[in-house]
Design a protein around this ligand. Structure first.
Ligand SMILES: *[C@@H]1O[C@H](CO)[C@@H](O)[C@H](O)[C@H]1NC(C)=O
Ligand SMILES: *[C@@H]1O[C@H](CO)[C@@H](O)[C@H](O)[C@H]1NC(C)=O
Ligand SMILES: *[C@@H]1O[C@H](CO)[C@@H](O)[C@H](O)[C@H]1NC(C)=O
Ligand SMILES: *[C@@H]1O[C@H](CO)[C@@H](O)[C@H](O)[C@H]1NC(C)=O
Length: 392
């Protein structure tokens, strides 16, 4: 199977006249806490039709990294919080890189590893103490294997690490986290890696719908807010949060660290008490944001640095715990249908976002025959060219 399968995947890759320039642009989080997602080759097709060239994973799923071989899609992969303690030891750290990065990297671009997610805003002090040592050990292992120049090492923080976020010029980290953050910032500065932040203006609105303007959080026309410290005007909360992070970092003397938004998004559905969770608001948030990203906008304090984001998320994830909103952040249902119309936000990149061609969406779960997989890929090729010519 291997050869025929690869030939078809190559065909799928290179026959895609609709994917040309890749590189910078919109990223997307490909979370997989679900039991009904399409198989990775289907997701390759979907992302190509969207011209999305940057994907963030929460693990280092070998099926995903293999499916995207030679695709020009660039990955951030993740090392879960549960591995952190082990990764402070050089031997397991090196083994992890040898098993999860080295075998794939010649075919699938892996640009970054996030070591842990939102650890400093959790309550596990042991994890908090292990965070930087694990990042350092992973970095040293990459260096040993000659990979530290192509793969950055970082971690993703919740915006909750800020003790003050408005006005942005007064942005500051939480006092109790300073000792951790200072050393993490030094690590970023020494290794050139980005500072990652998960930022959801949705939460600010949901917690305070009476005070926070919906237009301001959704990038809709609104009077905006003026930062009295700088006189800069903010017309949306996300950009204000990003500048607050830059300012908090600057307080440590660092102007050399890039801030990336590793997660942002809006749920299309929520529980009755989750004010603001709706398909209309999710559509406005994501389409307005994507349109701005495509104009390479910077923030008011960093106008020449394009905002760099990973949308959360590609699919609704049915097994995520917590309130209903948690299972409804996807742009897509697992069957490849858009949850809401994203209008020209993605089609302005050249192509209309298409639903997945008819396939067996649970292929990854079942004991699917090799024939069926090949058959699906052929169908997929044909329906892709058919759909494009019929849309043109
Ligand atoms: C820590 O947080 C978790 C989940 O947020 C919670 O279930 C647990 O009770 C907390 N533990 C302590 C000691 O506060
Ligand atoms: C995809 O799933 C959604 C949500 O379950 C459903 O509303 C929609 O009709 C499905 N689309 C197709 C083409 O099956
Ligand atoms: C795909 O996106 C890139 C930016 O990531 C852009 O430069 C390119 O023009 C887009 N391609 C199409 C066909 O829209
Ligand atoms: C899966 O396929 C393999 C090889 O074709 C076969 O040996 C095995 O019994 C199948 N398993 C199930 C659960 O059908």
């Amino acid at each position: 199977m291997a050869t025929a399968f690869r030939v078809l995947l190559l065909l799928l890759t290179f026959s895609d006249s609709f994917v040309s320039t890749l590189g910078h642009g919109i990223g997307i989080n490909y979370g997989q806490i679900a039991n009904n997602l399409p198989s990775p080759p289907h997701v390759v097709y979907l992302l190509k039709s969207l011209n999305m060239s940057r994907v963030k994973l929460y693990d280092a799923n070998p099926n995903v990294l293999t499916a995207f071989a030679n695709s020009n899609v660039e990955f951030i992969i993740g090392l879960g919080n549960e591995y952190l303690e082990k990764m402070t030891d050089p031997l397991p750290a090196q083994t992890w890189i040898q098993q999860h990065v080295q075998p794939y990297i010649s075919q699938t671009k892996i640009s970054c590893i996030t070591v842990g997610n939102e650890i400093l805003t959790g309550n596990d002090t042991q994890l908090m103490s292990n965070l930087l040592p694990a990042m350092q050990t992973i970095y040293a292992s990459l260096a040993n294997l000659g990979l530290s120049k192509e793969v950055y090492v970082t971690t993703a923080h919740s915006i909750g690490i800020l003790g003050n976020s408005f006005p942005p010029s007064a942005g500051a980290f939480r006092q109790d986290l300073l000792e951790y953050i200072q050393r993490i910032l030094d690590f970023h500065s020494q290794t050139g890696s980005p500072f990652l932040i998960n930022a959801y203006p949705f939460f600010a609105y949901k917690d305070n719908p009476g005070q926070v303007s919906l237009e301001y959080v959704l990038f809709e026309p609104n009077p905006g807010m003026k930062d009295p410290g700088t006189n800069l005007k903010y017309d949306n909360m996300l950009y204000a949060q990003i500048d607050a992070v830059y300012m908090a970092i600057k307080a440590f003397g660092h102007t050399d660290i890039r801030v990336q938004v590793s997660e942002t998004g809006w749920p299309s559905k929520g529980d009755p008490n989750e004010v603001g969770a709706s398909a209309d608001n999710a559509r406005l948030y994501n389409t307005n944001l994507l349109n701005r990203i495509q104009q390479n906008q910077g923030t008011p304090a960093k106008p020449s640095v394009p905002v760099d984001i990973y949308v959360f998320a590609l699919f609704n994830e049915d097994l995520k715990p917590g309130p209903s909103s948690e299972r409804n952040y996807g742009l897509y249902y697992p069957n490849g249908t858009l949850v809401y119309d994203i209008g020209t936000a993605l089609s302005s990149q050249g192509y209309l976002p298409l639903p997945l061609p008819h396939m067996d969406y649970s292929a990854s779960k079942k004991n699917v025959s090799k024939y069926l997989i090949l058959h699906e890929l052929v169908c997929c090729l044909f329906s892709a060219s058919f759909s494009f010519s019929s849309l043109a």
